[in-house]
Write a protein that binds this ligand. Structure first.
Ligand code: RTP
Ligand code: MG
Length: 139
């Protein structure tokens, strides 16, 4: 994947609160094209694998539980400078620090339940996209 794609998912609390439409609207209005999209649910073990980099951190157990508590909506997004621009659009991890106009400012409930995930590098964007989508699901 070139540096024009990133991976995101709407976290379970935001899906449960019917915020998918509002979040997708901000993503599209932010200039991102949806390459792939699906609703699915992670087991706690799959969430643990996805967030393996955080194993050992104090919030890891809570994170795996939260990410497997209900369905998520997974997406691959395309835009120039996708990873960095999407991190800007979602805002800080902690909504108390998220800037106005960001997705987390609008939809996050707490530092844990912060509405969306966004890849932090081109390499991780491809790894995370492949965790959820085959090559045939990317348009
Ligand atoms: P993400 O990976 O979900 O896009 O979030 P991020 O880069 O902004 O934050 P990261 O440090 O990678 O943390 C991953 C997710 O773990 C939860 N978290 N909870 N309670 C806490 O102190 C805490 N810190 C992190 C959040 O759901 C965060 O998005
Ligand atoms: Mg992260």
């Amino acid at each position: 994947m070139a540096n024009n794609r990133t991976y995101t998912m709407v976290k379970p609390h935001a899906v449960a609160d019917n915020q998918v439409g509002g979040i997708v609207k901000m993503i599209e209005e932010g200039g991102f094209r949806i390459v792939a999209m699906k609703k699915t649910q992670l087991t706690a073990a799959q969430a643990g694998k996805f967030y393996e980099v955080h194993a050992g951190r104090p919030f890891y157990g809570e994170l795996c539980e939260m990410m497997s508590a209900g369905p998520i909506v997974a997406m691959i997004l395309e835009k120039d400078n996708a990873v960095a621009d999407f991190r800007t659009l979602i805002g800080s991890t902690d909504p108390a620090e998220a800037a106005d106009g960001t997705i987390r400012k609008a939809f996050a409930k707490s530092k844990g339940e912060n509405a969306v995930h966004g890849s932090d590098s081109d390499e991780n964007a491809e790894i995370e996209s492949s965790f959820f989508f085959s090559g045939l699901e990317r348009y």
